[in-house]
Write a protein that binds this ligand. Structure first.
Ligand SMILES: *Cc1c(COP(=O)(O)O)cnc(C)c1O
Length: 233
């Protein structure tokens, strides 16, 4: 199947999963097509087929591709961001999904002020406390939210989570549900707090059923990322 055909199939699956929800059934689900390791031709193909959000995880790769992409599309940074790359990040991305420390938020705030722009961000939560993963742990979430909300050039748009890579994706279900409860609680007292980004190829249907309203899909659209498509130009 082509990426365009996969995209259509995925959109249908997203709709099915949304209809299985017990909460927030009217909510719109945003699909972020994860284009890391794929070339601009393929990126243009899916954008022209209707994908209006794309996700990248590396600054250098994104900078090179965006320069020649020549398409109007919303750009998400989904990978870990080092604070020495914030200047580039604020220029390249509409939504930075991976903010997980005060140090990074502070650096982003300063970089956004220089553009100048108000940078939309999500806070990445490490709900499962996986030591090898980025994300703020639950007990440090509220202080980070407060810090971001005091930062003049940042706008907090919601939360992001990367679920553990369980053999059975059903095992992620309670974590997704827990994130939705947390998200709803925070949302009641905030405006512009709209996005709960969780769910990848292996687990996106379950994530949507439990309340994700942003899913980040690479493999489901483009197939496996191999080393041979690592040359993105
Ligand atoms: C690569 C990546 C994805 C997409 O993963 P697939 O399993 O290919 O859908 C989603 N989110 C993040 C943070 C990623 O790095």
């Amino acid at each position: 199947m082509s990426a365009t055909e996969n995209l259509q199939a995925v959109l249908a699956e997203i709709e099915n999963a949304r209809l299985k929800r017990t909460v927030a059934r009217d909510e719109e689900i945003t699909l972020v097509a994860v284009t890391k390791n794929h070339g601009v031709e393929l990126m243009r193909e899916v954008i022209d087929a209707g994908a209006n959000n794309i996700g990248e995880n590396r600054i250098q790769e994104a900078a090179e591709k965006f320069q020649i992409l020549n398409r109007n599309v919303t750009r998400h940074l989904i990978g870990h961001l080092q604070s020495n790359k914030v200047k580039q990040a604020v220029k390249l991305f509409d939504l930075i999904q991976s903010v997980d420390s005060r140090h990074l938020a502070e650096a982003l705030d300063k970089a956004a002020a220089l553009v100048p722009k108000i940078q939309d961000i999500l806070i990445q939560v490490n709900l499962a406390r996986e030591s090898q993963k980025s994300g703020v742990e639950l007990e440090n979430l509220n202080p980070l939210i407060s810090f971001v909300e005091e930062s003049k050039n940042l706008r907090l748009r919601g939360l992001m989570m990367i679920a553990p890579n369980f053999t059975n994706p059903e095992d992620c279900r309670p974590l997704f549900a827990q994130m939705r409860i947390l998200f709803d609680k925070l949302k009641t007292s905030r405006k512009d707090f709209d996005f709960l980004s969780m769910g990848m190829t292996n687990d996106y249907k379950i994530a949507i059923e439990e309340g994700a309203n942003v899913v980040r899909l690479g493999t489901a659209i483009f197939g496996e990322r191999s080393l041979t498509n690592g040359n993105h130009r």
